[in-house]
Design a protein around this ligand. Structure first.
Ligand code: BV8
Ligand code: ZN
Length: 246
């Protein structure tokens, strides 16, 4: 795979790089994407599942879906794409990960500066008293309940819900101050997360897309690499670390 001299030069001189990731980076870990050909949204509509009203109307169904996805996440592990992103911290002064994913794989791969825009499937809280139940959640019940009697929900951002303020403002800050902004494995159609791509571009960042196909982002990217993130990101990392003699 050919890496442009332009990108190599930019990475050699970059102080700060952001990796903005979506479901596509976890596809090679066996976690289904949302909108691809085998995407989970094809069978189930997001409106029916990833929103608060659906949860209040039918908590059993929504919990069944999240238990199914938790099961997949627990069996999966970070792939070479996640690991390459974590290893960029060895050769670039400031690396930030801004992820739409809730699968915790960037943290498990060793990345340290992570902004989780849409929450994390490993965390859950009571909608009444906001007590958190994480690894102590007893999910054998159809619908887990808090000691106060309140319903427990996954700590993820559903459609129509605001993103966690601290995560979003932190992500905005690093996106508007970086030299290179990688957009990895996302259709770039969910907002306000996707607006970070445009704020980064407006602030002068060089946009590099990594995806198996063209997306809405391709037209604003400085360059796009079409192929699997688990192959492209390690190839870029190896090229730069070779150049830097690390
Ligand atoms: C909000 C967490 C303010 C849960 C998710 C009506 C009412 C309210 C809001 C809206 C509305 N209409 C529109 C909106 C805005 C809405 C939105 O953007 N909708 C879209 C669909 C148009 N946004 C919201 O609701 C947000 N909140 O706006 O609040 C507000 C409040 C009240 C009232 C009004 C406004 C909240 C959005 C967050 C929703 N939560 N997930 C869960 O996961 O269960 S969204 C879901 O989509 C995931 O988080 C996912 O990460 C995200 C984006 O999807 P992608 O990651 O891009 O995944 P996708 O499958 O689409 O694409 C995968 C890509 O990977 C593909 O391009 C594929 O080619 C590529 N790929 C595949 N394999 C590989 C690969 N690439 C590289 N290598 C590979 N191997
Ligand atoms: Zn409670």
């Amino acid at each position: 795979m050919e890496i442009s001299e332009n990108l190599i030069a930019r990475l050699q001189s970059a102080d700060s790089v952001v990796f903005f990731t979506g479901a596509g980076i976890s596809a090679e870990s066996g976690i289904p994407t949302f909108r691809g050909k085998d995407g989970i949204w094809n069978k189930l509509k997001p409106e029916e599942l990833a929103n608060f009203n659906a949860f209040m109307r039918n908590p059993e169904m929504v919990w069944e879906w999240y238990k199914y996805r938790r099961g997949i996440v627990h069996q999966s592990k970070p792939n070479d794409g996640h690991i390459a992103i974590a290893r960029f911290e060895e050769i670039i002064k400031k690396v930030s990960v801004v992820t739409q994913n809730i699968d915790n794989l960037h943290r498990r791969a060793g990345s340290r500066n992570i902004y989780e825009l849409h929450g994390n499937i490993e965390r859950n809280y009571c909608i009444k008293c906001r007590t958190f139940y994480n690894d102590d959640l007893d999910i054998k019940d159809k619908v887990p309940r808090c000691v106060c009697g309140g319903l427990i929900r996954p700590d993820v951002v559903w459609f129509g819900e605001y993103l966690p303020e601290d995560q979003y403002s932190g992500a905005e800050r690093v996106s508007s101050a970086c030299d290179i902004f990688f957009v990895v494995g996302t259709t770039g159609i969910v907002f306000p997360a996707a607006s970070l791509i445009y704020s980064a571009k407006r602030a002068g960042a060089y946009i590099v897309e990594v995806n198996v196909e063209e997306t809405e982002v391709s037209s604003v990217a400085g360059e796009s690499y079409f192929g699997e993130a688990g192959k492209i990101l390690p190839a870029i990392f190896n090229k730069i670390s070779e150049k830097k003699g690390t």
